[in-house]
Design a protein. Structure first.
Length: 145
């Protein structure tokens, strides 16, 4: 947990630093924002349906290569990211383009009401589609009752 919090603080500091120095923190075109949200929601829906193959299809080529099979990928998510695997609710923030990379923050609650912040790193593919290239999740201070 401490490692995850450190990563979040670093990532949030990078968000702030990029804005403070005007380093390409820019809005994301509405079409891209919709596509990114659809990719993440599609993967969450696939997790909810235990559809490993479909969930794996939303991952970037590097992530797919790292895990090799849809089954290994979904097993990792099930074990390491249960709040993503079975999110009780999700709400999307505005995506941000920072230093040429698109980040999508998603607020999630798990079945016990704990609130989480998931920060997805997205990757544009050669066909102009978006794929998930990583996700960091940290518990938030809130709780839904």
């Amino acid at each position: 947990m401490r490692h995850a919090l450190a990563k979040l603080y670093i990532l949030l500091a990078l968000f702030g630093l990029a804005r403070a120095v005007g380093a390409q923190a820019a809005g994301v075109p509405p079409t891209d924002a919709r596509q990114v949200r659809a990719v993440i929601q599609g993967q969450l829906d696939a997790f909810a349906a235990d559809d490993a193959k479909r969930a794996f299809s939303y991952a970037s080529p590097a992530i797919r290569e790292m895990f090799g099979t849809p089954e290994r990928f979904i097993d990792m998510v099930r074990a390491s990211y249960p709040m993503v695997y079975r999110a009780a609710s999700v709400s999307f923030f505005e995506p941000e383009m920072i230093e040429g990379e698109l980040f999508q923050r998603v607020r999630m609650t798990d079945s016990s009401g704990a609130v989480w912040l998931a920060i997805y790193r997205m990757q544009r593919q050669s066909d102009k589609s978006w794929r998930i290239n990583g996700c960091e999740v940290v518990e938030s201070a809130g709780r839904v009752t």
